[in-house]
Design a protein around this ligand. Structure first.
Ligand SMILES: NC(=O)c1ccc[n+]([C@@H]2O[C@H](COP(=O)([O-])OP(=O)(O)OC[C@H]3O[C@@H](n4cnc5c(N)ncnc54)[C@H](OP(=O)(O)O)[C@@H]3O)[C@@H](O)[C@H]2O)c1
Length: 338
């Protein structure tokens, strides 16, 4: 995806705001970046706007469908003949109601924001998306959630949110089929469980990690991913994970433990060499530090339990991409210095 002319909804906080930050810092940055917010002012967006003339903040209440034609007109005035190559339908709400408490109004409200708006906004943007797709790769990116996966649902509940994202996945699939002749690609991307107001403080990954992975995913969209439900960062499908230890890092002070330390330092070099040798066949290789874990090896005084270590590592593994291949990363996703 060229990411030259980008529109993103719900950009005043959370994942949307992080998209704005990272896209502005990218090289090259978009020539036109249109971020929407429901508020007249937003401190973060205002600061970024003062520094970047390519950023335009437009007001949009996505439930106000009647305002779409005027909104698209405003965007058209900004992008001109460039059209829009990337529409990121990010704005969303999570109404958390179980079987006992859910009401019809809550179902409809969650659907209106999470399902109907992305569809109607995409429709409204078709002329500008087609201007772009005539000359360059163009995509609609719907931010979905794993919670909308029927296959993955083992816990029930969350009726309004869950079903709105399941329906958004079907919207994405239908759009992908319908827009194929216009060379507009459509994907539904899961951002991971992310530390935002919606994800909460216990979420597994930061907005920085989520968005940098999603940007890589968006860039690597091709015909085989059309309409697909794409977990965060699936530019590559295969990876070798070598479980290492921070005790094998030169950057870590401390003597002793010669056999163990040197074996893990050498393992890190094995990972690095493999990452170079396997790059051509798109296999990622990382050295993954599990944390200091309360196992027989880690002992009872270790920092974390096995559940914390493994659940974090699984989340980190799901999020790895080319940028960390050959590196050592910690269970919580932090890149470590060799
Ligand atoms: N965080 C996670 O772990 C997670 C996981 C899976 C999927 N997602 C998806 O990722 C997307 C972003 O989530 P987030 O975590 O960044 O959530 P967030 O921090 O709660 O931010 C939601 C954004 O959507 C905007 N929004 C909500 N209703 C709107 C409306 N009617 N009109 C215009 N804007 C509206 C909000 O604007 P206001 O400030 O004006 O309310 C805000 O900018 C959502 O689609 C969410 O479902 C998140």
């Amino acid at each position: 995806m060229s990411l030259k002319s980008v529109v993103i909804t719900g950009a005043n906080r959370g994942i949307g705001l992080e998209f704005v930050r990272q896209l502005l810092a990218a090289k090259p940055a978009p020539q036109h970046l249109i971020a929407t917010s429901r508020q007249d002012t937003n401190e973060e967006l205002d600061k970024l706007r003062a520094k970047h003339s390519s950023l335009h903040v437009l007001k949009l209440e996505i439930k106000n469908f009647d305002s779409y034609p005027q909104f698209v007109q405003q965007v058209e005035q900004i992008v001109g003949a460039d059209g829009v190559d990337t529409l990121i339908n990010n704005a969303g709400i999570l109404i958390n109601k179980d079987l006992e408490s859910v009401t019809a109004d809550q179902m409809i409200e969650n659907f209106e924001v999470n399902t109907v708006s992305p569809l109607m906004l995409t429709k409204a943007f078709l002329p500008l998306l087609k201007v772009s797709s005539a000359t360059r790769k163009t995509a609609v990116v719907n931010i979905t959630s794993m919670i909308g996966s029927i296959e993955d649902n083992t816990s029930g509940g969350l009726y309004p949110y869950r079903t709105s994202k399941t329906a958004l996945n079907m919207v994405s699939k239908c759009l992908a089929v319908d827009l194929k002749p216009s060379a507009i690609k459509v994907i539904a991307v899961h951002p991971g469980w992310v530390q935002t107001d919606m994800g909460g403080p216990n979420a597994k990954i930061t907005t920085e990690t989520s968005v940098s992975n999603m940007i890589n995913t968006i860039k690597s969209v091709n015909d085989s991913t059309l309409g697909d439900f794409v977990p965060s960062s699936v530019g590559h499908k295969s990876a070798v994970i070598n479980i290492t230890s921070t005790l094998g890092l030169m950057s870590q002070s401390g003597g002793g433990l010669y056999p163990y330390r040197t074996s893990k330092a050498a393992l890190n070099m094995v990972s690095k060499c493999l990452s170079v040798d396997l790059k051509a066949v798109k296999i990622l290789v990382v050295s993954l530090h599990p944390g200091w874990v309360r196992t027989r090896m880690g002992g009872p005084k270790a920092d974390i339990d096995v559940l914390t270590s493994v659940s974090n590592m699984l989340s980190t593994i799901r999020g790895i991409n080319e940028s960390v291949s050959g590196k050592a990363i910690s269970y919580d996703g932090n890149v470590l210095s060799f």
